[in-house]
Design a protein around this ligand. Sequence first.
Ligand code: CAA
Length: 282
Amino acid sequence: MIKKVGVVGAGTMGAGIAQVTAEAGYEVILIDLEDKFVNRGMENILKNWSKAIKKGTLTAKEVDQIKVRLTGTTNYDNLNDCQLVIEAVVEKMSIKKELFAKLDDICPAETLFASNTSALSITELAAATKRPNQVIGVHFFNPVPVMKLVELIPGAETTAETVTAMKEYCSAIGKEAIVVKESPGFIVNRLLIPYINEAAIIYDQGVASPAEIDQAMKLGANMPMGPLALADLIGIDVCLMIMEYFFDEMADSKYRPALAFKQKVRAGHLGRKTGKGFFDYN
Ligand code: CAA
């Protein structure tokens, strides 16, 4: 029975996961390498709760009760009594594997491990632990408090019990879970990231400006936001990383990354998080 959840990585996704998990009644440990990352994640969560109080979706009393369940820390030993640990750290296989091997030593044998990876192989991540049967992909979408879907991705050795436990967790936090066979990008990113990449290629070719490309998709296809604003929301570095992974994994030229992604990443213009991407946020 899951009661206490560890979330490793206090960035946009990790903070969102910690927020919705605490709101659902779980005890939550939000962890990152440095205090400044933990503090930023905690501040973002507190901002969302202040907005919720203003909107009337939560009362101040409810927020006080939820806050007590959420602890931010840099001490990994605090994860030693969690029944579930979800990692939302940087999208690098080597870093995630190292983390899982470390968690394997800290957490009890029954703890489930989940990865919020947006594309990487769960089987490969699970192989870094001595409990590959208890490792699963749990892919959330940005902004986590708003987006209803979670993709659940069992690896080669993930058991049905692990999948069932994660379905229960997703339902408890108010998300709709879809179980997806392991494959690059699962369902959503396999479709979404090549679409965003094509928008960046259109921009590279001078077909239209970023504002026009986005307006076209909003007015012509009823998208809630245009593909290039979405690239800025996701992070252009993340979009590039996913396209490069598709290109390598599927050895198919149709997944070649747009030059605009590469140029913007080289310039440090990663989207909203740096204040500039296809659009300027300053
Ligand atoms: N955190 C919490 N709540 C947020 C939020 C955030 N970061 N951003 C928006 N919201 C809430 C707002 O408070 C508002 O709530 P109420 O309706 O209760 O007032 C609601 O969402 C709508 O927001 P806005 O009115 O500000 O703006 P909007 O109607 O344009 O919606 C949006 C914003 C939800 C982001 C919408 O534009 C949208 O759905 N965009 C597409 C997002 C998307 O495709 N996400 C998936 C990205 S892919 C991914 O994440 C996976 C990956 O691995 C890369």
